[in-house]
Structure formats: C-alpha cells, structure tokens
Design a protein around this ligand. Structure first.
Ligand code: GRE
Ligand code: ZN
Length: 258
C-alpha cells in the first residue's frame, strides 16, 4: 500500500516518488543550506515562541521517531513572527538522527550535516480548522528546525527522548514539558518554503531552520545507531532561502526535571 515507506534500499527516499509523486516536486525538503547564497531580507523580524503554558500531553514512538504531542485546541503554545503572517500552534515535535550517530540531520549547512535535527511542528489555525487540513495547504505548517551537535554536555531531556525510542511502539503521558529547554540561546534562522521530509511529503511547510545548534554529548546521540536515517538522497539545492539576523535571548527555562 501507499503507506509503506522507510529508509532501506527497497523503500527508501529514492523510491518514495512511486507512491508519493510530489517527492519530485519543486518545493521539497530537506535542502542543503548554503549560507552565502541566502539573501538577507530586512523585513523579516525575530521569531517569537510562546510556549510558557507547557501544553505537552504525551510521548510516543511511531516507528520512525519519538514524537511529543501537544494540546493544540487553543493558542496557548504558538510560534509567531519571522516569515509567519499569524501565530501557528504547536502540534508536536520529533527528532531525526542517523545510522552512525554523526550524520543524522536532514538539512545540511554548506554540505555539512549535524548529528541530529529536532522539528517543532506548528499549524496555521487561523486559516485552517484541523492539522490535517493545514498539512496539505501551502501556508499550513511552520516547522522550527534545531540542529544537535556532539561534544557538548549531556542533556538529560535529549537522552530521555532517544532512549524512549528504544521502547518500540510505546506511548506515555508526558505533561508539563516546555520545549524551550531544547533551544539554543539565539534564534537566528534561515527560512524557505518547503515540505514534510517524510511521506506524504506535502509541500506545506514554512521552514525556519535555526543557525546555532544545541550541543549534546556524543554518547546520547550514538545510542540509537541504526534506528533511523536522514533523507540525504533527497537533498536539493537551496532556493528561495532567506537569512535573518536578529538575536532572541533568554530562552532557557527549565521546567521538566529529568
Ligand atoms: C516529518 O514527518 O518528519 C515532518 C512532519 C511534519 C513537518 C515536518 C517534518 O511530520 O519533517
Ligand atoms: Zn521531521
């Protein structure tokens, strides 16, 4: 059926187009971000995250990643600013990582990958009534991408998420987690119009990829070796990429104690 896909030889990114023709579209993600090819757009303001009410609900292993889901029935957790015309509601976040632990990011920067990439997925509840509807609309989703690199401190929250992935098919209550503790202190970003990076690959994502990575220890990223793989075969040249240089500070707020 059209729902079978993965990262292997038979079902990997190079054949996704057979079941999902949009894989060959002109707004597909991920891309290689070439910083000096990005245009500076002075009209872009800082992105602002309102996550203070900690609307997380549960954590689940969907077989491809660890997903933390949020209550998106109102505007308590939203992203606004930057390229966005209105607030977008936080729906879930998940991670991408690699087989060897060091090349797991989906986006690359000047050809270089990071160990892992965090995606905070938001949807446009001003224009659309459900996440599903927004996920197929050209301005339906806003995804904040955060790179994870090695050689940093051991981040207990990140270890927790990766460890959770080892529990196949599992789900658990996960209330009161504020993802702000997973962000770097500056939210300078690149933005471009792209797509979901996994099937159904809808071209519905306003990407906001944060320039500064967060650093985690090597062990916690490699503990999942072999579990997932980035769609590196699908990397496309950057187009319509914009650079933004505002500083957003004071984002470290720890709440969930691991
Ligand atoms: C994904 O499946 O990896 C994904 C989404 C939604 C937005 C971006 C993204 O499900 O990468
Ligand atoms: Zn993703």
């Amino acid at each position: 059926t059209g729902n079978l896909w993965g990262y292997g030889k038979e079902d990997g990114p190079s054949v996704w187009h057979k079941n999902y023709p949009v894989a060959q579209g002109d707004r597909q993600s991920p891309i290689d971000i070439v910083p000096h090819q990005a245009s500076h757009d002075p009209s872009l303001g800082p992105v602002v995250l309102n996550y203070d009410q900690c609307t997380s609900i549960k954590i689940a292993n969907n077989g491809h990643s660890v997903v933390v889901e949020f209550d998106d029935s109102d505007d308590r957790s939203v992203i606004r600013g930057g390229p966005l015309d209105n607030p977008y509601r936080l729906k879930q976040f998940h991670f991408h990582w690699g087989v060897k632990g060091c090349h797991g990011s989906e986006h690359t920067v000047a050809g270089n990958s990071y160990a892992s990439e965090l995606h905070l997925v938001h949807w446009n509840a001003v224009k659309y009534t459900t996440f599903g509807e927004a996920a197929t609309a050209p301005d339906g989703l806003a995804v904040l991408g955060i790179f994870l690199q090695h050689h940093g401190r051991f981040v207990k929250a990140v270890f927790f998420f990766f460890f959770f992935f080892l529990l196949q098919g599992s789900a658990a209550d996960f209330k009161g987690f504020n993802p702000k503790c997973l962000l770097p202190s500056s939210l300078h970003y690149w933005t471009y119009l792209g797509s979901l990076t996994t099937p159904p690959l809808h071209e519905s994502v306003i990407w906001i990829v944060v320039k500064d990575p967060i650093t985690v220890s090597e062990k916690q990223v490699t503990c999942l070796a072999g579990s997932s793989e980035p769609a590196l075969g699908r990397l496309l040249p950057a187009s319509g990429l914009y650079l933004h240089t505002f500083l957003t500070q004071g984002l470290y707020t720890r709440n969930w104690e691991f």
